[in-house]
Design a protein around this ligand. Sequence first.
Ligand code: MN3
Length: 218
Amino acid sequence: MFELPELPYGESELEPFMSRETLREHHGKHHRKYVDTLNELVAGSPLATETLETIIRHTAGSADAEERKMFNNAAQHWNHSFFWQSTGPGGSGEPGPELSALIERDLGGLAGFHDEFLGQASEHFGSGWAWLVFDGTSLAVMTTHDADTPLAQGKTALLGCDLWEHAYYLDFQSRRAEYLAAWLEHLVQWQFAEQNLSENGHGAHPELTFAPDEPVAW
Ligand code: MN3
């Protein structure tokens, strides 16, 4: 059984940038629903004992309607778990030297990263996610639609931010750019990005990190 990971901080600790009400809805209801639905869908299926990452890779791009549902819920579980770790109190500031050097080389420094991230994420049409990724050679900013995830595209995610309206509507109404600016300036956990780069950034694919019956690592 997959489980909803606990938030690595208290529900009020991201205020005023992300409210307790938002986290209660977003983590406690939206994310929980993806986990519950995923468990229902995999029960009794050949994928029941597989890891989350294997389920995502196996069902990505499937034409089968049941597998599409499984992909959507598995990827949303993965994306949200990743988002909670990308986000935290006392965030932003500057990444360490290795990641800073890559950001300088590939994105024109932290200001360039902010511009690119804010631009792509603001303009992304509809629901989805914004990411900082490493493709084995260089860093890039990208967005994915709906539940889609860099994991399914063979890219290493370093940071991820939820662009679904449920992520910001209670705090910012429809002002997505304000939500993104607050996230970039106050909540980004560069240590998490560095950890992802050092653990997964040197190969083409991130390694499998947890099995269904193990406690979720994040
Ligand atoms: Mn969400």
